[in-house]
Design a protein around this ligand. Structure first.
Ligand SMILES: Cc1cc2nc3c(=O)[nH]c(=O)nc-3n(C[C@H](O)[C@H](O)[C@H](O)COP(=O)(O)OP(=O)(O)OC[C@H]3O[C@@H](n4cnc5c(N)ncnc54)[C@H](O)[C@@H]3O)c2cc1C
Length: 473
């Protein structure tokens, strides 16, 4: 069997790792990737040491069936990167990229040892058509490549230029790698960061690490910062599990949001906690002062209550499965809380929260809302908002694309697959295969949950896709 894998980021690594453990038939595996940083994708290439992974090791294993895989690779090196508040190592993302590269290379060696011919083509795939049982992929150099199965592992979208600033001197459209983009931001300059999610947090801590002395302002429409990770408490959910959701589905033929709330209530009741208390705290996210909330969350890293921990974990483990079973009106209800859900499901690490708090306390960092327009003229950015006009020297775009956005580099390929009838665009974003020999792994997979995927979710998808490919033969 000939397998084509388009993209060589974390999703491709998870796929290859499972294929190496399960696929024993002869054939070829061809991986297409234009970037020089194989296996690292957009987030895990070389960058500043201040740019850290956003989750503890148990959630960063790319081997779905072995949560300890990444921690074992890290070994004693983890001690150097210990986040003392979290009690877990949080390494620079570039170091995590080494783990991905090591895992991929080990898998490729095993596949070669098993008689597979493995090839990496350093080219972007721009088209795909079907001819009988075979695929023909076209790369941008005009060559054609044949395969039986195609796995799209092309990642998510890139930031959008909401204020039409592209090309303006002093404007950073896509902040990664921060080691390169922040070189264009003078240390004493007055910087505006558009956004207040995890990317904005990366920008702020990286500016701080480079010794930035000028004021930093986060522009946030929602006024919501990511929540802060709590120290793992060793709690294993007993009610909020995929098994319980599957059982409800089997019993009743459907699963509603109220059912999921019921499972969470049971989980909390067993731990002696009130659901209403957690609910009230979460709903205050949109109205609380974000700086005050950040300080109180940093102080609650050791809080023994499990409520938020259960939500954080199950948003990625049970969430994508439960999402597919929910009736549309319940999905609409959840989507209304997108910013809150994202801030809970993708929290910032305590070490970053401490940096933000320090900068807020020192008056160097502030948050603003209510901006209507940003104009670039004569080397200055004029920001027009509810509180009048203000000038900035530099602007860094940290607005993440919506989940399931089509990455620019995969645009022509996705259009070709849709035109061929091999896939359909999902109404909520992303791509849904219409051919059993096409597989989508990662954020582009249509029909998935309304929040952006994580390593844990991507690893689960990759393992599933590998099993489907191996079983199909
Ligand atoms: C900045 C950032 C930080 C993150 N940090 C974390 C974290 O700490 N923890 C966590 O759990 N999750 C994190 N995530 C979420 C998730 O882990 C990552 O998005 C992960 O990298 C997804 O892997 P992927 O392989 O799906 O996509 P990517 O890593 O983006 O890889 C996709 C690859 O496909 C290639 N490609 C695209 N189009 C084509 C084409 N047409 N032909 C050939 N190749 C193509 C690209 O060049 C790229 O290398 C982060 C996401 C981002 C964006």
């Amino acid at each position: 069997m000939d397998i084509a894998i388009v993209g060589a980021g974390a999703a491709a690594v998870g796929l290859l790792d499972t294929l190496a453990a399960t696929a024993h038939s002869p054939g070829t595996i061809t991986v297409f990737e234009p970037s020089p940083h194989l296996w690292r994708g957009r987030p895990y290439g070389p960058d500043l040491d201040a740019v850290l992974v956003n989750a503890p090791p148990a959630l960063m294993s790319i081997r779905h069936w072995d949560f300890g895989h990444y921690a074992a690779w890290l070994g004693p090196r983890g001690a150097v990167h210990l986040d003392e508040r979290l009690g877990r190592p949080l390494v620079p993302r570039a170091l995590y990229g080494e783990y991905l590269a090591h895992t991929a290379e080990t898998a490729l060696a095993a596949l070669c040892g098993d008689g597979r011919r493995v090839r990496v083509v350093t080219c972007r795939v721009t088209g795909a058509t079907r001819s009988g049982p075979r695929w023909s992929l076209r790369t941008e150099d005009g060559r054609a490549h044949e395969a039986d199965h195609v796995a799209l592992c092309v990642g998510g979208g890139t930031p959008r230029d909401h204020y039409g600033l592209d090309g303006a001197p002093g404007y950073v459209d896509d902040p990664y790698p921060l080691a390169r983009t922040l070189e264009r931001v003078p240390p004493g300059s007055d910087v505006l960061v558009i956004g207040s999610g995890l990317t904005a947090v990366d920008v702020v801590v990286s500016l701080a690490a480079r010794g930035h002395t000028g004021p930093i302002t986060l522009l946030s429409r929602s006024g919501v910062l990511p929540h802060v990770w709590q120290r793992p408490a060793g709690h294993r959910p007993r009610h909020m599990t995929a098994e319980r959701v599957a059982a409800l589905h089997q019993e009743r033929g459907s699963v509603t949001l109220d059912d999921l709330v019921g499972l969470l209530r049971a989980e909390l009741a067993e731990a002696g906690e009130a659901f209403e208390e957690l609910e009230a705290d979460l709903l205050a996210t949109g109205t609380d002062d974000p700086a005050r909330r950040l300080r109180s969350q940093l102080a609650a890293v050791d809080d023994p209550r499990v409520g938020r921990r259960v939500l954080q974990e199950t948003a990625h483990s049970v969430g994508p499965y439960a999402w597919r079973l929910l009736p549309e009106p319940d999905r609409v209800r959840l989507r209304r809380h997108f910013r809150l859900a994202t801030s809970v499901a993708s929290p910032m690490v305590p070490v970053n929260a401490a940096t933000l708090t320090r900068l807020l306390d020192a008056g160097q960092l502030s948050l603003v809302a209510g901006v209507r327009k940003i104009e670039a003229a004569d080397g200055v950015f004029r920001v027009h908002g509810d509180d009048g006009e203000r000038g900035f020297d530099a602007v860094v775009n940290a607005v993440n694309p919506p989940p399931r956005a089509i990455p620019r580099a995969a645009g022509p390929l996705v259009s070709a697959l849709v035109a061929d009838g091999a896939a359909e665009l999902h109404p909520d974003g992303g791509l849904v295969p219409a051919d059993p020999r096409l597989h989508v792994v990662g954020d582009l997979a249509g029909g998935g949950s309304f929040i952006t995927s994580s390593i844990a979710g991507t690893a689960a998808q990759a393992a599933r896709a590998a099993h489907t490919i191996v079983t199909a033969g």
